[in-house]
Design a protein around this ligand. Structure first.
Ligand code: URA
Length: 242
């Protein structure tokens, strides 16, 4: 059970004050009867709530898979740039956030949700969730790089030592420009780029392809998104399976 004003505010029908005003004006109905008060208790998923005749269902949790395009920031709001949350047009929850950050120029898999517990589990290095990236690297990537990454590399700056956990580096092509796949379990700031810098190389393109059991749907073009399937939600241990 949830208060009517919270129900509507959670679903983005306005701020708590705005929805209270709408209720007072008689614009909100519950089970086809005009709602009298903002503290009316609503049974989520059972009671039919409408604002000006438009039915508003309740979602405790939402889970979107976004193929993040370059040029968009991994934040909820930004005064200058478009954010990954701005891209989700059909969202019902207003408390969505991206699970982890991809750099502005990075593409690929980003989970957008309001499930804080799940986000913590996917991001904590102690939970050992694999994150796999595809990247193009300027120059030839070598077996020495593979061995160095398997041990963990020092990505510290300004004389500070900052060792990464071991990473699995797979060399797909090695040439003037190489293609690689890298699996790591941490998400330090600019981690993939800094790991390559540690071995004297530069990442020219980066895309995340996997996070735990969640795999980027290659039918999604950069900028496109879809809801997670029930199976995907189960696989990552989502709190809300409905
Ligand atoms: N590592 C990076 O360097 N950048 C990202 O966006 C993600 C991982």
């Amino acid at each position: 059970m949830i208060r009517l004003d919270k129900y509507l505010a959670d679903m983005g029908a306005g701020t708590r004050q705005e929805v209270k005003r709408k209720i007072r004006k008689g614009l909100v109905s519950v089970n086809h009867k005009t709602a009298g008060a903002p503290d009316l208790k609503i049974r989520e998923g059972e009671d039919v709530v409408s604002v000006e005749g438009r039915e508003i269902g309740y979602a405790a949790y939402e889970y979107y898979m976004l193929n993040k395009p370059a040029g968009v920031v991994s934040a909820t709001t930004d005064s200058r740039d478009l954010t990954v949350v701005d891209l989700i047009q059909e969202k019902r929850r207003k408390d969505l956030f991206p699970v982890g950050r991809l750099d502005k120029d990075t593409e690929g898999l980003l989970l957008i949700t309001n499930d804080g517990l799940l986000a913590h589990r996917l991001l904590s290095p102690r939970c050992h969730v694999d994150k796999t990236y595809y990247a193009r690297i300027r120059g030839a990537v070598t077996q020495e790089d593979v061995l160095a990454f398997a041990e963990g590399v020092d990505i510290g700056e300004d004389g500070q030592v900052e060792r990464t956990m071991p990473g699995i580096l797979e060399v797909l092509t090695s040439n003037a420009e190489s293609e690689i796949r890298l699996t790591i379990q941490e998400g330090k700031y600019h981690q993939v780029k800094r790991m390559f810098l540690a071995v004297g190389k530069e990442v020219t393109y980066l895309r995340r392809e996997r996070m735990g059991t969640l795999v980027l749907d290659m039918d999604l073009k950069p900028g496109e998104y879809r809801l997670l399937t029930d199976e995907e939600k189960k696989g990552i241990g989502a709190s809300g399976l409905a």
